[in-house]
Design a protein around this ligand. Structure first.
Ligand SMILES: [Ca+2]
Ligand SMILES: [Ca+2]
Length: 423
């Protein structure tokens, strides 16, 4: 492969581009890579395993040798500083804008968007197999996976950054331009170990599979809903407010005293029932377990509690009709006491219950479902579109949830100009 800059035209060199990815880019580009994810954990070991399980091992060996040589010969190092691996011909720097981030965040998963208007796909291997994200230390490979791959348009990638610097501008690198590279995606390694469920909801048929832990959830509907809805980020699921549901089974999420649920929703806010966006609620009284609800008549965000359902009362935590909103509910329980809080779009948290919240962690024996509480009919059924559901077994900080909102809306990550390898 030549090392000079190619033209900016979007030439499709490999017809397989138009196979699984398709011109509309709605298929799951990661579907074929699931079984290859050998790590199974999201600790730091996953980064190393990307290299150790890569059949293109000799390239890594060459790269290591090249790096040492570069260190020995100052000219090479000066011409192309900190190049991670000589097998990759291109790179771009990623800048994480911490201007609105209030604390340093580690192992934070960001959304990286590539657009044909500003990103030349020509040097990238088919399907994005050669994409590698590397920390600014020049050696640590970051876990990543693709939600959508569209070399004619917009591609969506999720990457576990080592750190986001509060008020600063941490860096990482995106490498590509190696047609011989194996697929480097690592779904589980894209998330820190506190994520116990992450659903992109981009599958247009079959189960919706969680990217962090591999929980497969079944879409069920009796007409009216669709798995192939336009989401806030890639694909999403649309529920009709009566019988549509995504059922994941019982005991899929480990019991915990601390939990955070986030999701993007777009709701028409019709009727006066309460709708379950994410349900981890038992089927029998006293209906223990955390959930994420939105009240249909006024858009208030809430959950069930051992004192009945509790909802936000502040206007900033009322969802507007027919607009995408980023919702979060957070629970903390210590012995028999605790707090329940909600927020919208990463803004101020509102305490909606406190004191005796003994049944408000994630409880054993409860079913997990999206878009409906499975214990009742149309009451508790969601009417609208759901995207990007995440469940954590920790109480995420204000800064973490705010940064997630910034990342999801494209305000956190900047992709800089392409650099070509210059040995
Ligand atoms: Ca999505
Ligand atoms: Ca239906």
């Amino acid at each position: 492969m030549g090392l000079g800059l190619l033209g900016s035209g979007c030439v499709i060199e490999d017809p397989s581009y138009l196979g699984p990815a398709g011109p509309t880019g709605t298929s799951d580009a990661t579907g074929s890579t699931g079984p290859t994810g050998p790590t199974g954990t999201s600790d730091s070991g996953s980064a190393d395993s990307t290299g150790s399980t890569d059949p293109t091992g000799p390239l890594h060996m060459t790269a290591t040798d090249t790096g040492e040589t570069a260190t020995d010969t100052g000219e090479t190092e000066d011409a192309c500083p900190g190049w991670w691996d000589a097998g990759w011909s291109r790179r771009r720097r990623l800048v994480f804008d911490g201007a609105e981030v209030a604390e340093d965040l580690e192992a934070f998963t960001v959304l990286v968007t590539l657009d044909a208007a500003t990103f030349d796909y020509d040097p990238v291997a088919p399907g994005g197999a050669d994409l590698r994200f590397v920390d600014d230390d020049g050696t640590t490979v970051l876990g990543h996976h693709v939600e959508r791959w569209d070399p004619l348009g917009t591609s969506l990638l999720w990457v576990r950054a080592e750190r986001i610097d509060a008020g600063g501008a941490a860096h990482a690198w995106l490498y590509y331009g190696n047609d011989g590279a194996s697929d480097g995606s690592d779904r589980a390694g894209s998330y820190d170990a506190s994520y116990v469920g992450v659903w992109h909801l981009d599958e247009i048929r079959g189960p919706h599979v969680d990217a962090a832990a591999g929980i497969a959830c079944a879409w069920q509907e009796g007409g009216g809903g669709t798995q192939d809805a336009a989401g806030r980020i890639g694909g999403a699921s649309e529920f009709d407010g009566t019988d549509d549901i995504i059922e994941c089974g019982v005991d899929q999420i480990p019991a915990t005293d601390r939990a955070t649920i986030t999701a993007w929703v777009r709701l028409p806010l019709q009727g006066d029932l309460r709708q379950a966006v994410v349900s981890l609620e038992s089927l029998d009284s006293p209906y223990a377990g955390l959930s994420l609800y939105v009240r249909r008549n006024d858009g208030a965000i809430g959950t069930q509690s051992n004192n009945g359902y509790v909802f936000s009362s502040q206007p900033s935590n009322m969802v507007a009709a027919d607009q995408w909103a980023f919702l979060a509910v957070r629970s903390v329980r210590d012995d028999m006491r605790g707090t329940l809080e909600v927020s919208q779009n990463g803004e101020a948290w509102e305490l909606i219950a406190s004191g005796n919240t003994n049944d408000l962690g994630i409880e054993p024996g409860t079913p997990l479902a999206l878009g409906k509480w499975p214990g009742r009919g149309a009451n508790r059924a969601m009417d609208g579109t759901l995207d990007e559901v995440r469940i954590s077994r920790v109480a995420r900080s204000d800064a973490w949830v705010r940064a997630q909102y910034l990342s999801d809306t494209g305000a956190l990550v900047q992709v800089e100009a392409e650099q070509a390898y210059c040995p």
